[in-house]
Design a protein around this ligand. Structure first.
Ligand code: NAG
Length: 403
């Protein structure tokens, strides 16, 4: 097939670019499909075949032409932006500029603006005698009196804000939703809290204070819940937790909707919601794997249906935390040192159809030795930075997409 004349081509690219940018939002999945079709076109052209002949009628052929122009425009756009992000992250060595004294770092999240928000235990520690039969033994010490929530400036790591004194006994998970609500878990209290504007009184509480759930069927209580994920409509998922093995789904006002993944996991330690694929992924910590289930947002009947799993014990150690970047369609994970494997960061492409370890597109770490004890991570909403919190020695790392 003779290639279109340069001028015509340019015009078409411009038109296609306009139509591309007019589309509400092209997901990474769409992009991948468009580029794949485009690649097939190019291949056919190289083979000196007219790809339009692949199509039976004019309408189909027109569709194919549309795909071609869209692919061309997208390719130009990507060339313009530079390389497609390959998933590798680089530590920013001068961040924070000044060292901050924090206690055991449990939760890490990002503010709307991309600052790091840290949920830590101040002078309190999770120790061997902290629990007896899952009941917290140090209730009499009262809540932690120092601020447990700290916001660190994205540019230099300086502390911008702190709160969360006299509220928590043993902080664990932290999630900040798109509406700027703070969702936290306290493993000593066996509860989940939602904080809106008022940071002194929770808007919503799930679970009964200091009462561990008896088993996976106990829907009144939780047992050392680890993490929370919240949809844009406010549907809540709780990973429960150190003693139970389940994920509980709640309505936005905290009513139990369903429970799934019972007994699948050995410490579900972290959750990541992928709304565009209707998936909820969990870090199955001690089993050294990541499991993704249907989140039942589009079809309630599919809730809990296994969709993807990443588990190769030669590659992946104990997975402490996962987070999903909508911008890039990538899942980030951190593992702690396990057997011979160093503590490592993983980047997994959830939009491929492989569903295998080929989806792991990059590994990264702050030093040659790797992470020592990473506990949580989060990605900024614009997808450009990832923060990782380590629990002993306690520190926060900031990663960039470029060196
Ligand atoms: C964060 O740090 C930058 C660089 O020093 C500074 O310009 C900015 O004002 C700081 N942000 C806030 C909210 O203080």
């Amino acid at each position: 097939m003779a290639s279109p004349s340069g001028l015509l081509k340019l015009l078409a690219v411009c038109l296609a670019m306009i139509s591309l940018s007019e589309q509400a939002s092209i997901t990474p999945y769409d992009k991948q499909n468009i580029l794949q079709t485009f690649g097939e076109w190019l291949q056919r052209q190289e083979d000196n075949a007219d790809p339009r002949l692949d199509y039976k009628d004019e309408k189909q052929s027109q569709h194919a032409m549309d795909d071609y122009w869209q692919g061309l425009a997208l390719q130009e756009e990507l060339n313009h932006e530079g390389e497609v992000f390959n998933g590798e992250l680089f530590v920013e060595s001068e961040w924070p500029e000044e060292k901050t004294e924090l206690g055991q770092i449990a939760g890490v999240a990002t503010s709307q603006k991309g600052d790091a928000v840290i949920f830590h235990r101040a002078n309190r520690k999770w120790e061997e005698d902290s629990f007896r039969d899952n009941v917290y033994t140090k209730k009499d010490s009262g809540p932690i009196m120092e601020p447990t929530m700290v916001t660190m400036n994205r540019s230099n790591g300086a502390i911008l804000d702190s709160w969360g004194q006299n509220l928590f006994y043993l902080p664990h998970g932290l999630t900040i939703d798109d509406n700027d609500n703070y969702w936290v878990t306290d493993v000593a209290m066996h509860q989940v809290f939602k904080f809106g504007k008022n940071k002194a009184v929770p808007e919503l509480t799930i679970g009964k204070a200091f009462e561990p759930a008896i088993n996976n069927d106990d829907m009144e209580r939780l047992c050392k819940p680890t993490d929370v994920a919240v949809t844009k409509d406010g549907i809540i998922f709780v990973a429960d937790g150190y003693c139970n093995s389940r994920i509980v789904k709640y309505s936005s006002d905290g009513k139990v909707l369903n429970v799934f993944a019972q007994d699948d996991m050995w410490v579900p330690h972290s959750l990541a919601l992928v709304e565009e694929l209707d998936l909820i992924c969990a870090a199955d910590r001690e089993n050294k794997r990541i499991l993704c289930y249907n989140a039942g947002l589009n079809n309630a009947e599919l809730l809990g249906y296994p969709n993807r799993a990443y588990m190769d014990k030669d590659v992946m150690g104990r997975v402490f935390a996962i987070t999903y970047s909508k911008t890039d369609g990538l899942l980030y994970a951190v593992t702690a040192p396990s057997d011979d494997l160093p503590g490592t960061g993983f980047t997994i492409d959830l939009h491929t159809k492989d569903n295998s370890n080929n989806d792991i597109i990059a590994v990264w770490s702050p030093t040659e030795e790797g992470f020592e004890m990473p506990h949580d991570l989060d990605v900024t909403r614009d997808g450009t930075n990832v923060y990782v919190g380590e629990i002993g020695p306690n520190k926060v790392w900031k990663f960039d997409k470029t060196k």
